[in-house]
Ligand binder design. Structure first.
Ligand SMILES: [Zn+2]
Length: 246
């Protein structure tokens, strides 16, 4: 990553493009999957079903039906199934490039391509939730994407509470590379205490998880802890009004 791009991401992070105050009457949580590997649905879907929870699948259109560097990604049928089961299809970059490296014209083209691809699975509607590929931003990219979605999510660690930027919401990772039960439990307590919005995220869900994935047991444990704290888990699109207190 060049210094210029790192700097753009750092500056972008500190510019609140859509500042808001979360004033929920209760805490709320979401579970999200990025990209997404097929196992997020075939392995993660059954865990969600067991907990009676619906998630958000931030989908990169360019991954559909492909195997990239040993990871098998979702197929069109998976999108049809998960939408039918009430899960949310969110938007990720089509070609999964960091937005900070794209020109405004390339950004517009990639965004349009992903929306066009996803519309077929959304009864012609546009997706309302977005996650930045690699969590990377730039001031220009945030300003470009923000008006197109009701919320946008990055990958910075934290519970969303009080003053937030709806153009770059924080997450708590369930990936093996960052797995830390104490930190997840602390985040749940913070969400409870501050009526915050806890957005969990990972990629694939399998018995042999890679660094960016979780095992079914990890996902099950985290959802169980959130449920034990009596925090409702909703897709991002449905959690947003609860978090805002609307
Ligand atoms: Zn991604």
């Amino acid at each position: 990553m060049s210094l210029k791009i790192q700097l753009a991401s750092l500056i972008g992070r500190h510019i609140r493009v859509r500042p808001a105050r979360l004033a929920g009457h209760r805490p709320v949580a979401s579970i999200s999957f990025d990209d997404f590997p097929k196992s997020a649905w075939t392995g993660g879907g059954p865990v969600l079903a067991r907990h009676g929870v619906r998630g958000t699948y931030y989908t990169g259109g360019g991954f559909c039906g492909r195997t990239v560097e040993g990871t098998r990604f979702y197929e069109a049928q998976d999108l049809t199934e998960l939408a039918a089961a009430g899960h949310e299809i969110g938007c990720h970059g089509f070609a999964h490039q960091p937005v900070s490296e794209l020109s405004p014209a390339e950004l517009a083209q990639d965004a349009q391509r992903n929306r066009d691809f996803l519309k077929a699975f959304l009864k012609g509607e546009a997706p309302v939730s977005y996650a930045y590929p690699f969590g990377r931003v730039s001031p220009g990219a945030k300003q470009f994407q923000a008006p197109r979605f009701s919320s946008l999510r990055g990958t910075h660690e934290g519970v969303n509470a009080g003053r937030v930027d709806l153009a770059q919401l924080n997450v708590i990772s369930l990936e093996t590379r960052l797995w830390n039960k104490d930190r997840i439990e602390a985040a749940i307590h913070r969400a409870l205490h501050d009526h915050g919005w806890l957005i969990l995220y990972t990629h694939g869900v399998s018995d042999s998880p890679g660094a960016y994935d979780s095992s079914p047991q990890m996902l099950d444990w985290a959802l169980g802890k959130v449920a034990a704290a009596r925090i409702e888990i909703l897709p991002v699109r449905d959690a947003l009004p609860v978090a805002l207190g609307n």
